[in-house]
Write a protein that binds this ligand. Structure first.
Ligand SMILES: Nc1ncnc2c1ncn2[C@@H]1O[C@H](COP(=O)(O)OP(=O)(O)OP(=O)(O)O)[C@@H](O)[C@H]1O
Length: 256
């Protein structure tokens, strides 16, 4: 039996008169790559924002690894073990690649403010550990050659990888990636696919939004489909590919 890591039930999110998520329920198992697809405006990013604490849902239940995360703020969501990247890359452009990852790592920092101000041996030791771990993460995602480059000067593909490294610095149990392949060329996308498989194989569960349906079919263990704020299907990639409701939702969107 697979072990559930995240489960939501009856999640509703309204923006004024618009119901962006209408009683959405799903569960993600430990160790899988779980994909979220759906036509434009289906509610994918809204669900991501709910799952990472950026949006407060109006109704529902949200449990993650033994924590009740319903209407919990982003810092507590990160502490519980969910880290994310954004559709529009959000790096600190003036900082180096290494510094960007170190910022992510500080969410795990134990040293208190006094220790940091007075540079106690424990604080110095921790700073050294953060430095080393951040370097290791840049190496892990394959961009250690740009460690001292400012983030704003990196290629698009490198920026995406840097965002993943920064999210991994929080040591998440679930890594939520919002369109990580957007704007990438085919060889960058292939490299990203390998990286995501590696992350999953190393024990981090992945929740993924992508418009590249082919990539999703090849990569995901299971997929959920949203349409107009509702989950219309969930299953193995092959089941999703042949599901009449899914085909209709995509064809309908193509004709709009
Ligand atoms: N902050 C907001 N305020 C008002 N409406 C919003 C807000 N965020 C999203 N919406 C609306 O909620 C619906 C779902 O949007 P969402 O961005 O979640 O869809 P999506 O599936 O991620 O789309 P895309 O694939 O285009 O990114 C849309 O109708 C959108 O206009």
């Amino acid at each position: 039996m697979s072990e559930t890591l995240l489960s939501i039930n009856g999640i509703v999110k309204r923006f004024g008169g618009l119901t962006a998520l209408n009683e959405v329920g799903l569960s993600i198992n430990k160790g899988e790559i779980y994909g979220l697809i759906g036509p434009n405006g289906a509610g994918k990013t809204t669900l991501f924002n709910v799952l990472t604490g950026l949006y407060m849902p109006d109704e529902g239940q949200f449990n993650f690894d033994g924590h009740n995360l319903f209407r919990v703020k982003p810092d507590r969501v990160v502490k519980a073990g969910i880290a994310r990247t954004f559709q529009n890359i959000r790096l600190f452009g003036e900082m180096t690649a290494l510094e960007n990852v170190m910022v992510g790592r500080h969410t795990r920092s134990k040293a208190n403010a006094i220790g940091a101000v007075f540079r106690t041996p424990a604080a110095k030791r921790e700073e050294q550990e953060i430095l080393q771990k951040s370097y290791d993460l840049l190496k892990y995602v394959g961009i250690e050659d740009v460690i001292d480059e400012q983030a704003c000067n990196l290629s698009y593909g490198h920026q995406r990888r840097l965002e993943i490294a920064r999210a991994l610095a929080c040591e998440p149990k679930l890594l939520a990636l919002d369109e990580p392949a957007a704007g990438m060329n085919p060889s960058e996308t292939e490299g990203l696919k390998e990286l995501m498989s590696k992350i999953r194989d190393d024990g981090v569960t992945i929740l993924l939004i992508e418009h590249d349906v082919k990539l999703m079919m090849e990569l995901c263990d299971r997929i959920a489909v949203l349409d107009y704020g509702q989950k219309i299907a969930e299953g193995l990639p092959e089941e999703i590919r042949t599901n009449p409701r899914v085909i209709e939702a995509y064809l309908g969107a193509a004709h709009e």
